[in-house]
Design a protein around this ligand. Structure first.
Ligand code: NAD
Length: 294
């Protein structure tokens, strides 16, 4: 049993914290939104009166926050977690943030720090089947592994600090572009008189197969579990996908790499979100493409 401080109890953080409790850990939680704290306290956590208080006695301190500025402020700002954590604690951030901030926070934290962004969405967080992409030293990652295993199924050590974020941003750039072109193919098939089921039956077994097609198919019917079957309720929102695509473009620019397909995916998701699709699942972009606004 470990003592864990957990900060950020949103759609992802709350179920992750509950899985730590289920695994028998002692969890002290904090969020700036009181009902979010209350919900996890009901499941057996203790409420910290601040982020620093949640971290003070912990062996492991975890953040799951919206974006880089929140993560920087939570760890390095006034009364931040890096100072509040006791010596010897292992620090980890599971949010999806920009690579530069991830590296900077790890460098300035003053003790072992890993970035461990996740894939698998709210469903994966609830089921404890997340994939963690981890950046940090061998030692730190080995120590973190049993804690991550209480929240996820696959833990991949990607490299040094920031490598987890690089993997996450590359993954989501590929996913977004694949979903956009898969949607185009379904609309094209529709207009040319090929049924969605026939296209699925061929492509899900052929060289075009992908998670976006096989599991998360953007039209209702062929993959019964996909958000298309529930009017594109998320899932993974288009707003979050746009955020990740923006981070991917920033990382590519910083590295001097041209990613025209990634840039186009960002432009498409910009248009979809600006048109009101931000709260829909990202596979809902097929509606925009069907209307000819792609
Ligand atoms: P969310 O907005 O639901 O939750 C964020 C939580 O952080 C909120 O409860 C908010 O009150 C809290 N918070 C903000 N600032 C805080 C502070 N200073 N101190 C304490 N709490 C603070 O977001 P989410 O969907 O849980 O996502 C969290 C992270 O995980 C994001 O970086 C997101 O990109 C990433 N992610 C999300 C999904 C998904 O499907 N939702 C999937 C993979 C990764």
């Amino acid at each position: 049993m470990a003592r864990i401080g957990f900060v950020g109890l949103g759609r992802m953080g709350a179920p992750m914290a509950r899985n730590l409790l289920r695994a028998g850990h002692q969890v002290v939680v904090f969020d700036i939104v009181q009902p979010a704290v209350d919900a996890v306290v009901e499941a057996g956590a203790t409420a910290g009166f601040s982020a620093a208080a949640a971290a003070a006695e912990a062996d492991f301190v975890i953040t799951m926050l919206p974006a880089g500025e929140h993560v920087r402020d939570a760890w390095l700002g006034q009364g931040g977690l890096a100072k509040a954590a006791r010596q010897g604690a292992l620090l980890m951030d599971c949010s999806t943030i920009d690579v530069a901030t991830a590296r900077d926070v790890a460098a300035k934290a003053g003790q072992p720090f890993i970035d461990a962004p996740v894939s698998g969405g709210v469903m994966g967080a609830e089921a404890g089947t997340l994939t963690f992409m981890v950046g940090g030293s061998d030692d730190a990652v080995a120590r973190a592994r049993p804690i991550l295993e209480a929240m996820g199924k696959t833990i991949v050590h990607c490299g040094e600090a920031g490598a987890g974020q690089v993997a996450k941003l590359c993954n989501n750039m590929m996913l977004a572009a694949t979903m956009a072109v898969t949607s185009e193919a379904f609309v094209m098939a529709e207009k040319l008189g090929l049924s969605a089921q026939a296209l699925y039956d061929v492509c899900s077994k052929s060289t075009a197969q992908s998670w976006a097609l096989n599991t998360y198919c953007p039209v209702p019917g062929p993959a019964p579990g996909s958000p298309a079957n529930r009017d594109y309720a998320p899932g993974f929102t288009a707003a979050l996908m746009r955020k990740d695509l923006g981070l991917a473009q920033q990382a590519a620019k910083d590295a001097g790499v041209e990613t025209p397909v990634g840039a186009l995916a960002l432009a498409l998701f910009d248009r979809f979100v600006d048109g009101g699709g931000g709260g829909k699942d990202f596979s809902g972009i097929i509606a925009m493409i069907r209307e000819g606004k792609g």
